[in-house]
Design a protein around this ligand. Sequence first.
Ligand SMILES: C[S@@+](CC[C@H](N)C(=O)[O-])C[C@H]1O[C@@H](n2cnc3c(N)ncnc32)[C@H](O)[C@@H]1O
Length: 177
Amino acid sequence: MVIEVVRIGQRLVRDDRVTTHVALVSRGFGAERIFMTEINPEIKDTIKKINNTWGGNFEIEFIEKWKTIVNKKKNEGFKIVHLSMYGESIDDVQENLRTEANIMIVVGAEKVPREIYELADYNVAVGNQPHSEISALAIVLDRMQKGKQFKKEFSNAKRKIIPTKNGKNVEVKETRD
Ligand SMILES: C[S@@+](CC[C@H](N)C(=O)[O-])C[C@H]1O[C@@H](n2cnc3c(N)ncnc32)[C@H](O)[C@@H]1O
């Protein structure tokens, strides 16, 4: 299954860390790419550094209009999963989501345009209370993949963590650059 994420909108300045965290959760929880409007170009450098140290090829693409990418992915056969507290419960749709070949997850920042509810194949709620796109995204990615995302190998990593009960155990490979 290929999973991609698109973030619609951003509240200027105050959302910088949230946007970075949406990208980090996407990468850490098995998505291949995130699309977002270019508000803060530094986020590309942040992710580049993370890829360089911790491996993998997670990509950020800046886009002009969310609708263009959502329609493009829909035409390519991706199912569009829009995260919204008004949607169907994740408990009820998670099994269907697991059977889909490719998925584009749409998360909002501020109030999202009405159209996305119509364009989405699934409008999915993680509970019916307002919370955060970071948490909603993490939970949906985990429910979809049932934890398998944490077994994914990140290629060409300079650092690899060996899980340990106490302290830190990190395998260091200084081969890339
Ligand atoms: C901070 S919320 C803003 C929501 C905004 N008030 C609205 O009505 O569209 C930002 C994003 O977090 C996600 N989100 C927040 N709570 C959620 C929930 N309970 N279930 C699923 N997604 C949620 C949605 O993608 C939402 O667009």
